[in-house]
Design a protein around this ligand. Structure first.
Ligand code: ME8
Length: 653
């Protein structure tokens, strides 16, 4: 550890299932973790921020099969492909230090060793599993844990399952885990402790089934062919294998384990606060210092889900409003421990109120006034007044409160503090009226001090927003033209005395005001599902010779009458004028595409020299031409219709 370092700090996000592209709910936890990691780095900690992907399990195996690729190809595409996990974290400015994939060789080999160790110490044993399995959650449940017969996590149907399997002696650790939860700060917020103890531990912790034989996409149990390790064991140990536990790839375990905090969503608190500590106890390993279970983001009051078609796309929002605005919104608006309701209206209102009006305006007014009254250069000198002391005291208070709240992961309250300072600085402009001070030579020294105080408030606020909006903070620092030292946590002391000097420049507005109505309409348009892929029939590889082709007699025909054929839901019966003076009857299997009445009077194209054939006991003399393709897997058909000016019987060639 270097002399200046405050110590090591290890923080993790859950590793994501690459079963579909990530949505704003996934980004929420990662943005929070990134903000915390940046905050700790700013304070001088040596931070290790881990994220990654959880790539095994039946769900992935099934999805790969559906997509006609191997499971490895399937996960590679979602993790590494265009707009995949790595692309999203790059876009969202996620400053992770390490990215683990559970399919990485070093991790797989380490999991095999870990499993064997728990088998050897007697905490994993072989038995028979009968119970209920929730496939989407990859969770086994006992009958008593089900809620109205459904999975207690996701509410979906569960299926009966029985197989020879290995079990982990979770029951053995029930008392120790309960003690850990009830008598320490291991799990926060506190409300989650009651949930875990009352719903899972008190009803009796049963041993946990930790191997599967019904599929193969997992870490093989190397001493018993056919078994793969339960995906949650594989996943949870990522937090340690990524530091070098049971492998030589990394060597950071001594420095960074135990983790300072695991941030996790509320539905996976059970795994992190019961199963995870119990397994670590089994191996006699130090426990993480804290698990923090954050809430869920809903969209317009409903759970976000792909099947509901209401997942919020972070790419779309970042491209439209900027990454910093999105990062800020997530942490400013929703208290981290509770559920939140994401709406586009709220996002835009927050951008307009906090970022355009309060922050953006303060920066642009201040730099514009510096430019106008001092050509951007605030030299030594000035004249202080009592009001300035209040601003200085507030800045110190804001810093202290911010730090307290950040250390409790209360991002929205920490940001409230920053906005107390920004609001006060905006009010200070109204109170000191720089435009009046600028009117007289006599009040210019006072104006100089007022502008220096404003620059100082902005500088301090920019330090505090750095973890949340790193790009915006940098833009502000650049406009203030301050040194690296003045951007650092150590420079949080308010120094606007007479010797202070500033050289500021006017930049483009940080957050232009949004026209909410216009933006909502644009978002709606952009969120419309892309048109389903069109598929056309493969082209024939066989050539037809010209003379044969010319033998086909195509004619324009006019529909005199058209009706459904009784007892057939496919056939339409056409009575056609083919120009010969005698009516022609053609039957066509297109009833699912057209109502008969809409075709009467139309001019169609028929091939008329096919031998007559009988359909449902009626004669059909020829065939009507149509265009076919499929859209999103659905068959589409359009009759070929030609200009009504073309007379019946005209030959088409
Ligand atoms: O659970 N709002 O992966 P995952 C807030 N692989 N958070 C949400 C959310 C929403 N609408 N939707 C999902 C897994 N999340 C496991 C983790 S760790 C050893 C293994 C959060 O991709 C969810 O709560 O299903 C979880 O914390 C994270 O996204 C990853 O979910």
């Amino acid at each position: 550890m270097c002399e200046k370092c405050k110590g090591n700090y290890y923080i993790t996000t859950p590793i994501y299932y690459p079963s579909a592209n990530l949505h704003i709910g996934h980004a929420y936890c990662t943005v929070a973790t990134d903000t915390m990691a940046r905050y700790k780095r700013l304070q001088g900690y040596n931070v290790k921020f881990l994220t990654g992907t959880d790539e095994h399990g039946q769900k992935i195996e099934d999805k790969a099969k559906e997509a006609g690729v191997t499971p490895q190809q399937f996960v590679d595409n979602i993790v590494l492909g265009e707009k995949g996990v790595l692309d999203l974290w790059k876009l969202m400015n996620i400053s992770y230090d390490r990215f683990i994939r559970t399919t990485d060789d070093y991790h797989v080999a380490a999991i095999q060793k870990i499993f064997k160790k728990m088998y050897d110490n007697g905490d994993i044993y072989k038995g028979k599993y009968t119970g209920k399995y929730c496939k989407p959650c990859e969770s086994f449940w006992t009958e008593s844990q089900l809620v109205e017969g459904k999975c207690p996590d996701c509410g979906r149907d569960v299926q009966d399952a029985q197989e020879e399997a290995y079990f982990f002696r979770l029951s053995k650790y029930a008392d120790r885990v309960q003690d850990l939860l009830e008598n320490t700060d291991f799990l926060e917020p506190r409300s989650r402790v009651n949930e875990m103890v009352n719903n899972f531990i008190k009803p009796g912790l049963e041993d946990l089934c930790v191997s599967r034989t019904s599929f193969t996409w997992g870490v093989p149990v190397d001493f018993d062919e056919g078994h793969v390790v339960y995906v949650w064991i594989d996943a949870l140990f990522n937090y340690m294998t990524a530091l070098g536990f049971e492998n030589d790839k990394y060597d950071d375990l001594a420095a960074f384990w135990p983790a300072d905090v695991h941030f996790v969503g509320k539905e996976i608190v059970r795994f992190h606060s019961i199963i995870w500590p119990a397994m670590l106890m089994s191996l006699d390993l130090p426990l993480p210092k804290k698990v923090y279970g954050h809430g869920w983001l809903n969209f317009n009051g409903e759970k976000m889900s792909k099947s509901r078609g209401n997942v919020v796309d972070p790419y779309l929002l970042s491209e439209r409003f900027g990454v910093d605005a999105l990062r800020f919104f997530l942490l400013r608006t929703f208290p981290f421990g509770s559920d939140g309701n994401f709406t586009n209206e709220l996002l835009m209102a927050t951008i307009n109120t906090d970022l355009a009006n309060t922050l953006g305006n303060l920066v642009s007014r201040t730099t514009a006034m510096n430019q106008k009254y001092f050509g951007g250069s605030l030299n030594a000198g000035g004249e202080s007044a009592e009001l300035d002391g209040e601003l200085k005291a507030l800045a110190a208070e804001v810093f202290a409160n911010y730090e307290k709240q950040m250390d409790k992961f209360q991002f929205s309250i920490a940001l409230n503090e920053v906005f107390r300072l920004l609001d006060r600085a905006n009010k200070y402009i109204d109170e000191t009226t720089p435009w009046i001070l600028a009117k007289s030579e006599e009040t210019m020294p006072r104006l100089l001090t007022v502008m220096k105080n404003l620059c100082e408030c902005i500088r301090m606020a920019a330090i505090l927003i750095t973890p949340f909006m790193p790009e915006t903070a940098e833009k502000i620092f650049n406009q203030l033209n301050v040194s690296a030292e003045a951007r650092s946590w150590n420079a949080r002391c308010y120094c606007a005395d007479e010797s202070a000097v500033w050289n500021t420049t006017v930049g483009t507005p940080l957050f232009p005001r949004l026209d909410v109505e216009k933006e909502l309409a644009a978002l709606e348009e952009l969120s419309k599902p892309a048109k389903p892929a069109l598929e056309i029939e493969p082209y024939s590889e066989e050539n037809v010779d010209f003379d044969t082709f010319c033998k086909s007699d195509f004619r324009a025909v006019k529909v005199i009458d058209c009706k459904n054929v009784k007892k057939s839901d496919k056939l339409l019966q056409f009575t056609l004028d083919d120009g010969t003076g005698t009516e022609r009857q053609i039957l066509s299997g297109i009833a699912k595409f057209y109502k008969p009445e809409e075709l009467i009077g139309k001019t169609l194209v028929a091939i008329v020299n096919l031998p007559p054939r009988k359909m449902m006991g009626r004669e059909s003399c020829g065939m009507l031409l149509s265009a076919i393709h499929s859209e999103g897997g659905e068959e589409k058909l359009n009759l070929i219709m030609v200009d009504d000016a073309i007379p019946a019987g005209a030959k088409l060639c």
